[in-house]
Each structure stands twice: as structure tokens, then as C-alpha cells.
Design a protein around this ligand. Sequence first.
Ligand code: ADP
Ligand code: ZN
Ligand code: ZN
Length: 726
Amino acid sequence: MAIDTPLRKLFDYLPPAGTDLESLQVGTRLRVPFGRQTVLGILTEVANHSEVPANKLRCALEILDTEPVLDAACFELVRWAAQYYHHPIGEAFAAALPTLLRQGRPLTATELRWGLSDSGRTESLATPRLGKRQIELLAILRSAATVGADAISPLGSGGHAALRGFIERGWVLESTIDASDISNPYNEISPSPTLNAAQSLAVDEICESLNQFQPFLLYGVTGSGKTEVYLQAIAKVLARGDQALVLVPEIALTPQAIARFRQRFTVPLAVLHSAMTDLERLKMWRAARNGSAPLIIGTRSAIFVPLARPGIIIVDEEHDGSYKQQEGFRYSARDLAILRAQRSGIPVVLGSATPALESLHAANMSRYKKLVLPQRAGAAVQPHISIIDLKLHESRQGIATPSVLAIERHLQAGGQVLIYLNRRGFAPALYCTGCGWTAPCPQCDARLTLHLKSHELTCHHCGARQAVPYACPACATELKPMGQGTERVEDTLDELFKGVPVVRIDRDTITNRDEIEAALDRVHTGDARILVGTQMLTKGHDFPNVTLVVILNADQGLFGTDFRASERLAQNIVQVAGRAGRASRPGEVLVQTACPEHPLLVSLLQSGYEGFAETALLERSNAGWPPYSRLALLRADAPQKDSVMAFLSAACAEAQRLPLRDLRLLGPAPAAMERRAGRYRAQLLLEGPDRGALHQLLREWLPLIETLKEARKIRWSVDVDPLETS
Ligand code: ADP
Ligand code: ZN
Ligand code: ZN
């Protein structure tokens, strides 16, 4: 049995009293005693022996399901993922199942139905002296083969009493049906555009593989009509009666994005994201599982949703970091999508304008079939990108003079302007003009960010908040904000362009889906002329009237400590730039930087993401980073620095006693931000060219780590294929 605990093992039980082994089914839920509690577990194996001594084996209490909760492919996916990510299997199953199922809700929604029996039909006609309610009830029952509670409830308690009476007389038969189906309230379908040549080719290629496993990398510049390709491929899948699973990044799943799918298909659509109630989630999950929802759109965890008739999996914006779970069960939904498609024998499409280097590499090695959309769809053309050297131009609160002039020009021409800065708040630091003191976070190795609107200093790493001091606590001199955040840029724009409406989109102004929807509405109606925002703005939103994009500070990330920093920066720049000129008006992009000669920026501007990727892959190959090697990261943290280092050193020593083959251990080393939220953080990186060897070592190593006495004082985790290594 897999049980939701941090223990890396399965648990053995005897079958519930009176149940024989043959009637047990793998994948069903069982209620079992666990310590002093009773819990639900998933049956993973039926065996007629156990290593546990017979007198220690306890009986399971109850079987909850008559069929497995996860289909075979899904079940294997979870088992495989638990092994691959070296995560406790019970927790992996818990992550894959809706909360309510874990709490014991029935697998399927059921509904009682009532229908007249043959004798009921004839005898009721021959029976005089029926009551008023009985006559009304008979009329309802005659109207259909069976009716549900909603049809009978208007008759009130009298109706129910009459129904009971009919059931006793044998006039009415009671039955239970599956009520997991969902329906689609929308029926207005908008026509699909005629595909251009590249799009048609992509759709054809995908549709040729509908019966078999084939991964595709749909590499299309921003605005090239990737979504259109998904939609038409999905249409083919649905026409065959199969299901399509579409994964999208967390932030992209706005009602707008869902509407685009609803407008194309009349079929029920199951939507799964983190901001829904447990009950809604269960409903959607059931509809995917029983096949009544042919189209399923969801964020990361939707990769575990069972499908009755899998037809295709699509991973939109496959480079997005939100596909990798960053805590607990650290799986990558994108990578699991490939595996799932393979197990199900169906195509999987990874789409992006800025594919992850791993995905590009896989396509270069012909493991994925590359489908390229080199041009924007319709009339739109790629925007023109130029650099603004911050060393050569004056700037006002971070906005250089040429940018100010360009903003003015585009506003006057009736366009909208997008200003991107990946830093929220007013200023990233508050410093003393006398002694140079800057306000530190008491819990982290970080500065506090000044938020003027809420009038506080906050830490973006641990959430600590403080009142803004009036003067320097060290020398009592006046304090000044240093640098810019989106809040300050908004103020500056208000001053520079008086009366021009500005909308700011970042985590301070947008805290829920309604707010993002309202803000996007202001952009789409043209009510807002200038948009200021963080990464939140870059995730796939379509702003047809934005003609100018200004990237205020491209330098953040140029000198990052993580080997993926440059990849992320390039993706960010290209994605932000891609918001410009998506409709008929040409777009312009300005990239402000203090290092215009940086090779990354040069290759990006001269030869686009393609050119950048080539350079970056070469660098990775020389340095032996993924995709040319495999990584696993052992992280540890604790309030005391010594105990963290003692643990990692002990873990390192254990690994060195095992056959390392050509694996390398890097560290232990402190994390880039050594102290966060009052805890010291450090890590040990395991690197090697061969996936098999790495996993073999992890399998032998982790049980040893678990039993280290140094492990008791700290928190540790293992991250396979980590996104961040610093
Ligand atoms: P992507 O997903 O690659 O960013 P979209 O699918 O959102 O691109 O397409 C960008 C815009 O171009 C959308 O407004 C879409 O309706 C439009 N579009 C896509 N394909 C075509 C086409 N073949 N003809 C005309 N317009 C198209
Ligand atoms: Zn001071
Ligand atoms: Zn902090």
C-alpha cells in the first residue's frame, strides 16, 4: 500500500476481514490502520507473502472502490515519477489525486433515478382512487424512462412519500447512475482562420501521428499562431472521439485563454487549476476520467489526471518554470508529459517561442520532431529590436531619454506602450546618504524593498514586513530610496505623461484572477495606454495594440550565478519583446542596458533566440551542464549553519563510499542566498553524464542519508533535474 507519509516505502496489510486476495484490485483505495490513526492508502501490489512477520501484519479495514482510481497508464506514471524524482511514493500518489478523493469521497458521482416498472405502467392505469400527489407523480414518471430527484422535488414531501409507496408496491424501480459528466454552457462557435503554409504543415505532421507516440517541438516565434495549430490538431483528435490534454503555465490560465478554446469547441471543457475549490476540482477530474470531457486544460498537476481515451497532450510555453514543482514532490510536468504520451502511444506537442535548451537539444538530436513557424500569423510582422546604452544616455528614474521620446511618439500615434521591469515595489533598497547603511532583512541575506503605497519595507524572499524608518538607525541621517521598482516607474510615468492612464500589473496590484482579468480588460478596451509590469505581463497575453515595448533593465540576470540565468534572461527578453506589434501595426522594442557589448545580448539581437541558443548550447557542452549532463541537488537548511554543513559533509562522505563511477560531487557549498527566513541553506550537487548511473547512486545513497544522525537537526530534500542550482 502507498500511504501519504514522508517514509520512502510501501506498507503491507492483510486484506479486510472476509475479503479474499483475488477480489483485490491494484489502484483502489483502502482504509487502513496506521499507527493510532486510520488513513486511506492506494493498493499498489497484491502478494501472498510479506517480509513483515505475520503477527505484526494488520488487516485493512475497508475497500472504498470497485475499480482503480487511476487508469493503468496514470498509475504507472505516478509510480515511475516517484522513483525518478526519488520521492516517497505515498506522497506522490497524494499529489496526483484530488484532495476530496484522498479524504474518502466516492470515486464517481452517483445519482438516484426512478422509473416505472412494467407492472407499474399497467397496474397504475387500472387502479382507481389515487391521491393527488400520486397522480402528479405518475405523470412525471411517465414522461421519461427514468427521472431524477430534481424532477420529483417540486412535489414536496408528499411526492417523496408517494414515491416510497410506489417502490414498495413494485411500481417504481430505483437505480443509481454515474453523474460525473459535465456540460458546456457555451455554443457560439467562432470560425477558424485559414492556416498559413507553416501552420498547415505542422497540423498535418501532428495528425499523421495520432495513433502513435511522437514528441513534437513546435518552435514558433511569438504570435506565429501556435495556439491555432493546437486548436486544429485538437479538432482532429476530438473528431476521432479521443481526448486532448492541454497544459498551460500557472499564470496563463485566465478566463480569456479558456474562452479561446470554448469559442472553438462545443464539447464540455474540464479546467483544472490551483485556484478552484476542492469540489470543483473533483468534478473536473471525474469528467476527465470518465471521458465526458473530451478537452482538458490545466496547470502543472493536471498531468496526473486520468483520461478515458487519451488522444494528444499539448504543453504550451513548455519553457515555463512553473511546470517544475519547486517543493515537496519536485516533478516536471513537461517531462512527465513526454513519458505519459509514450506510455499511452499518443503524440505530445511542446510549444514555445523560446524553447528550453533541453528541448531544443532533443529536437536537434531528432528525439523530438521539430515543427517551425518562422513568421507571425496574419498581417503582423516581427518587431524591430534596438539597444539603448544606459552609459550614453541620461535617464529619469530608470527611463532613458530615447525611451521617453519613443514612448511619446507611440502614444501620439495611438499605440499602447508596455514597460517591463522585473522588480516590484518602489525601490529595491533604502539607503543612508550619510553612512551608506541599507535596510537589511533580519531573516535573510537580502535587502528590504521599499513599498511606498503600503508604506512599508518588505522582504521579497521571506515576506517580512517593517515600518519605514524616518532616519538612519546608525547615524540618524536622512534615508533615500535607491534603484527602481514597478511602483516607482509608474509614478515617474505619471509625471512624465500627465493624464495618460497607466496600469500596473505585478504581484502587488494583482492578487487574484479577477484582478488580472480587470487589468487586462483595461488594456484591451484601450482605457489604459501604458502598461507597467513584471514577468506577469509576459506570459502569453495578447495585446494587439501594444506597439512599443521598453525593457528597462536587461542587466539583471546577465551576471546570475545559476547556469540557467542567461537562458532565462534570453527567454524573458524575447517573450516581452513578443508582446509588441501583434496586430497590423509594426512593433518596436527598446532594450536598456549598461552592458551592450555582452555576448549574450549581442547574439540575441543579431541572430534571435535561435542564435542565442546555439551559443548557449555550445557553452553548456563545454562546461558539461545539462542537457550534456544530468543533475541532482541535495539541499539542506536549518537555523544553525553548523548543523547544515555537518549534514552535507556526512552525506558527501557516504556518497564517496559508494561506487561513484564518473559522477561528480560538487560542494557542499552555501546557497547563493545563504540565509533565508532565518534558516541557513546549503547544497551538494551531483553531476554526471549518465542518467542511469546518477539514479543508481541516488537509490543507494538516499537510504543512507535518511539514517544519518546529522539529518535529525535539519531539513533536507533531493531535487532531480533541478531548475535552479544556486
Ligand atoms: P502564438 O500562440 O504563437 O503566440 P496565436 O495562436 O495566439 O500565436 O496567434 C496570434 C494571433 O494571430 C492571434 O490573434 C490569432 O488569432 C492570429 N492568427 C493565428 N493564425 C492565423 C492565421 N492563419 N491567419 C490569420 N490570423 C491568425
Ligand atoms: Zn547612516
Ligand atoms: Zn527576508
